[in-house]
Design a protein around this ligand. Structure first.
Ligand SMILES: N[C@@H](CCC(=O)N[C@@H](CS)C(=O)NCC(=O)O)C(=O)O
Length: 254
């Protein structure tokens, strides 16, 4: 038994973890998973207006200075990387993903890694192409190429859905892959990519996302992430001003 996973009576218990994030950042994926699992957790707001994620204190949690981080009782270090956090949670709870012995395990892992290291990674770059391609006169070309890659990524998911007849990515029940894909689709339609990609050529994914939008756990997660409306099929950006107002009102301090 790992430290912190036992009650005083020696019974196993679900650890209470601590999620560090900011509204509508990658912690949205983790939050949806936590809410769907009914896990207990605390949320620590990282102030992006003050670039808190780049502070020395935050870098002790994630030396990359990136959001999210999950602190997990009993682990010898905070966990960063959205995919890793999600995998830890679903494996611990043995829900929202095939267990290790299941024949769908390989299929699950390959799409989880695809979401994490290809689709999500491309999206990240598309928000800030200048960080990767400093020549300003060429960055439009670079961004357009990235959007093509992102569109191809969604098309791969769409094809998988059609081939396996869904209704969700791994079959009849929603799993963490669906939540991760939904968040990526949300971000692909707004922020730096506003108006440049939509769900028009992904009717299967659109149906998945419509179903997710009806789930109480997703509604709870979105509310806490300050996301209004239909988060995946008609997404509206969360503004930093809205985020700041929320936290000033809540704690009565800027
Ligand atoms: N590969 C990382 C990417 C995380 C990421 O891009 N986080 C963004 C917010 S969604 C961030 O922290 N951005 C701050 C920055 O780039 O300075 C993961 O999956 O967790």
């Amino acid at each position: 038994m790992i430290d912190g996973w036992e009650t005083a009576q020696g019974q196993a218990r679900t650890p209470r973890c601590r999620l560090h994030g900011a509204p509508d950042n990658a912690n949205l994926v983790v939050r949806m998973v936590l809410e769907e699992l009914g896990a207990e957790y605390d949320f620590v707001h990282v102030d992006r207006v003050a670039s808190e994620q780049k502070s020395e204190t935050y870098r002790q949690l994630n030396p990359q200075g990136l959001i999210p981080v999950l602190e997990w009782p009993g682990q010898d270090a905070p966990v960063f990387e959205t995919g890793a956090i999600v995998l830890m949670l679903v494996d611990h709870h043995r829900r929202l993903a095939p267990v290790q012995e299941a024949p769908e395990r390989g299929r699950f892992l390959k799409w989880l890694f695809f979401l994490s290291n290809t689709l999500h990674a491309d999206l990240r770059i598309s928000f800030k192409p200048h960080r990767y391609f400093p020549a300003k006169d060429q960055s439009g070309v670079f961004a357009a190429a990235l959007r093509k890659r992102i569109d191809s990524g969604f098309q791969l998911l769409e094809r998988e859905l059609v081939a396996k007849e869904g209704p969700f990515l791994l079959g009849p029940d929603p799993g963490c892959l669906d939540f991760y894909a939904a968040a990526c689709a949300r971000w692909a339609q707004i922020y730096g990519n506003c108006g440049r990609w939509d769900l028009g050529s992904s009717p299967g994914l659109r149906r998945v996302f419509e179903r997710l939008e009806c789930r109480p756990a997703v509604k709870r997660a979105c509310e806490m992430e300050l996301i209004a409306g239909a988060p995946f099929t008609r997404p509206v950006p969360v503004t930093l001003a809205r985020e700041q107002k929320h936290y000033v009102d809540r704690y009565n301090q800027p």
